[in-house]
Design a protein around this ligand. Structure first.
Ligand SMILES: [Zn+2]
Length: 213
């Protein structure tokens, strides 16, 4: 079972990937984690990546492809894997095709931009104990104050409305061609990501179980 998970920032992609990985006994592969692992372990490639990052460059598709090719040969990928955060453009998708011998399904989790903005821009966190809140869905008992420790809640820079809007714009312009690429291959299954997490994962699991019966 070789899967790709696509969804905008704040769509709950990471959470769904974890649930699916556990349910089907397949590996959850995030390219961000792969890069971090490599640089933390200071492998030959890792040192090269550190050099590139230090000089302000972008890690090339070739490097990420090489890391992925190595990763999917590991034992925990025997039953399959779910890729989270990759590919981000069509040339990566084509490269991925060569490495994997073809993806089985692309799971697209869709959430309207307005919903994402509401979700993310409403987040507040406690700088002292890291407790998370949401001004609408999970508000503290007294406004702006942490229930657990009484500290004043803050909004992370990433959750600022304009930042969220910018990230969504980048997401749409980068991934629209990738989604189109996989749609033409008939691989895309789209799910509405606006309900409860459990309900969405049940729908995805049902679809996959029917596909891989
Ligand atoms: Zn607190």
């Amino acid at each position: 079972m070789k899967l790709i998970l696509i969804g905008c920032p704040g769509a709950g992609k990471g959470t769904q990937a974890k649930i699916l990985s556990k349910h089907f006994g397949i590996a959850h592969i995030s390219t961000g984690d792969l890069l971090r692992e490599e640089t933390n372990n200071k492998t030959e490639l890792g040192l090269k990546i550190i050099d590139i990052m230090n000089s302000g460059g972008l890690v090339s598709d070739d490097i990420v492809s090489a890391l992925l090719a190595k990763r999917i040969k590991k034992d925990d990928c025997k039953k399959g894997y779910i890729l989270d955060g990759y590919p981000r453009n069509v040339s990566q998708a084509e490269g991925l095709n060569d490495i994997t011998g073809g993806i089985d399904k692309v799971i697209l989790i869709s959430v309207e931009d307005d919903k994402i903005i509401e979700r993310m821009a409403g987040r507040r966190s406690c700088p002292k104990c890291a407790q998370m809140y949401h001004i609408k869905y999970n508000p503290p008992k007294s406004e702006g104050i942490c229930d657990s420790c009484g500290a004043e809640l803050i909004q992370r820079k990433d959750d600022n409305e304009q930042t969220v809007k910018n990230r969504l714009e980048v997401y749409h312009s980068n991934t629209a061609p990738v989604i189109e690429y996989y749609r033409q291959k008939g691989l895309v299954c789209e799910f509405n990501g606006e309900g409860e997490i459990e309900k969405i994962s049940r729908e995805i699991i049902n679809t996959l179980e029917q596909t891989f019966k």
